[in-house]
Design a protein around this ligand. Structure first.
Ligand code: SF4
Length: 301
């Protein structure tokens, strides 16, 4: 198999583009896709540092690596969720990556902060684990970004993640979620750091190839709490569609984003006028969802 661009020996076949690339041409293509996502979404510039949320998985570590190669100033943020050996291994992977490159890394450990991991916090507050985990991640990403002066938080969500989320939102006709689904979430009030997903143009398969070619070590196991998650079924369905019709995921998600620009009403402003009396973060009422969750979990335990 030959690289379609330089006729060298190809390392990856890409049916969605009806092409194949050698290692250097593939990496050039991949970096260009991320650069295009950043510039077309006006995600961030080289004037301010970007806080990169790194879980220890392939997507977030690949994102960090790519942003450095593109010349952005970055600092990593790792939340240790306190999920046994899964969290221990995840943290080790992040540390290994950062130490090998001399990168700055911020840690936050749930176990050290509350004496509980996310699974126990969810159990004690009678919430599903992933719902509690999402509330806590949102809180800490924003709190740490605002406290440390980062205008932007970047996460490693890829095309497969976003297409699966879109499929889930469509199947349930969750219109308010559809309105808000975007690779760029900004806040004009300055209460929230901007949240961006620079990998949204790239499928998981291409990111996995990038980590192999760059010898990036990452945690292969999925979080144990993700067992049975619907998102895997949606991803499998989309993979079947992609197999039968290469480019289907890209058309589905990027087509949605294009339609949204013209056909969707602008989502109403969040109207968050209060700050939480406990933590000072933006909140609809006197206490934010995160503080209610922690209060309930620590009161019971
Ligand atoms: Fe959190 Fe694990 Fe659920 Fe993901 S699968 S939201 S990391 S608990």
């Amino acid at each position: 198999m030959k690289c379609r661009r330089c006729k060298g020996s190809a390392v990856i076949k890409m049916p969605r583009h009806n092409t194949a690339f050698c290692d250097p041409c593939f990496q050039e293509y991949l970096l260009k896709q991320v650069a295009k996502a950043i510039s077309s979404g006006k995600m961030f510039s080289k004037d301010a540092p970007v806080l990169v949320a790194v879980s220890g998985g392939k997507d977030s570590l690949a994102l960090w690596d790519i942003l450095i190669k593109l010349g952005y100033e970055t600092v990593g943020l790792h939340l240790n969720l306190g999920i046994g050996t899964y969290s221990e291994t995840s943290q080790k992977m992040v540390e290994k990556f950062a130490n090998a490159r001399g990168l700055e890394l911020i840690f936050h450990s749930y176990q050290e902060s509350y004496g509980l991991g996310v699974v126990q916090i969810a159990k004690e507050s009678a919430r599903p684990a992933c719902s509690a985990c999402g509330t806590m991640k949102r809180h800490h990403f924003n709190r740490i970004a605002m406290e440390k002066g980062f205008p932007v938080v970047a996460t490693g969500h890829n095309l497969d993640d976003e297409a699966a989320r879109l499929l889930g939102n469509l199947l349930k006709w969750q219109v308010s979620y559809l309105e808000k689904q975007s690779p760029v979430l900004s806040d004009d009030d300055g209460l929230w750091a901007k949240k961006v997903k620079p990998l949204y143009r790239l499928p998981e398969r291409e990111i996995a190839a990038y980590t192999i070619l760059n010898r990036i070590d990452y945690i292969v196991e999925e979080c144990p709490m993700s067992k049975g998650a619907k998102t895997f079924t949606y991803k499998e369905t989309l993979n079947q569609l992609e197999e039968a019709s290469p480019g289907a995921k890209h058309q589905f998600y990027l087509g949605f984003l294009k339609q949204k620009e013209t056909s969707f009403p602008t989502p109403p402003p969040a109207n968050i006028e209060n700050t939480c009396l406990s933590c000072g973060q933006p909140s609809m009422g006197d206490q934010c969802g995160y503080c209610r969750l922690i209060e309930r979990a620590t009161a019971v335990s």
